[in-house]
Design a protein around this ligand. Sequence first.
Ligand code: AMP
Ligand code: ZN
Ligand code: FE
Ligand code: FE
Length: 313
Amino acid sequence: MNQEARGQSSGARDPGPTESPSPDLPPPASGFADLHLHSSFSDGTYSPEELVSHAARHGLAAIALTDHDTVEGCERAGLACKAAGLEFISGTELTAEQNGNELHILGYFVDIRNSRLLSDLAEFQAVRHKRIHEMVARLNELNVPLEAEAVFALANCRSPGRPHVARALVNAGVCGSMDEAFDRFLKKNRPAWAPKMKISAQVAIDLIHRAGGLAVMAHPGLNRSDHEIPGLVKAGLDGIECFHTKHSSSTSEHYLQLAAQFHLLVTGGSDCHGLSKGKPLIGTVKLPYENVARLKARVASRGSRTPPAVGGD
Ligand code: AMP
Ligand code: ZN
Ligand code: FE
Ligand code: FE
């Protein structure tokens, strides 16, 4: 679904012809950002460089890479953005829960070399590997002859997930499509689904904060967990993803109102995982750059250091 995100108060502003560039100030940033992208370092199909070239083609001013449980692709995405003249924000997407409700927490501007972050991500990745083994064992019990090694070979990354199992089922001819694989086997409570170990939202938010990042509730419209928002705010949540591929305009408006009510920063992104119905989603959800500027101001006000530069000087 195509949608152009509207800003909290105003859309992207043109610098205007009367404003002359000052040597002391960075050039006025405008345009749009897509702050939710997955690469082949998790369950996306594009390499970081391919994502950046799509972003450049869409004329985006900034992007964030938000692979599940990894920041590995950020270095390469940062370098490619630098070469293409785009701003890059390091990120990741963590799966968490609060009161039994699954929530995805995006971490932005995290220091991709933070040792605690890296060791915790490595643990989450180990859990993902174990879960793949569990799902493959369930498939085998259903007489589907899939091998875990085939899934890992296809995933070819440290952070494999259900979409890789789905693709392996399609490649093996067991299912005609990823959707069929999810519907028949992999969705929650389907016969090959295995529960996922989830950290608490508080642990996710603290991990992101300790790595210098901002914690943002991803695609709240998909989780139907509005009642958890006050608790998340108490836990230190910084922002909420108001604009997302699967949010209708009224859903986005609803979360903009909640963002204002709870003084949360506003983010948005396509959640592009590669081709979706023949087209990449990247750039189809456009966050006005002024929201990125607010995120940067918040990070800068948090600590002595500015947002960690990735692939920069
Ligand atoms: P996991 O983190 O391993 O539980 O996998 C969750 C991922 O599966 C999310 O990124 C979703 O985008 C993806 N997903 C969920 N349903 C489908 C589907 N029907 N087709 C493709 N991907 C899906
Ligand atoms: Zn995903
Ligand atoms: Fe998600
Ligand atoms: Fe995502």
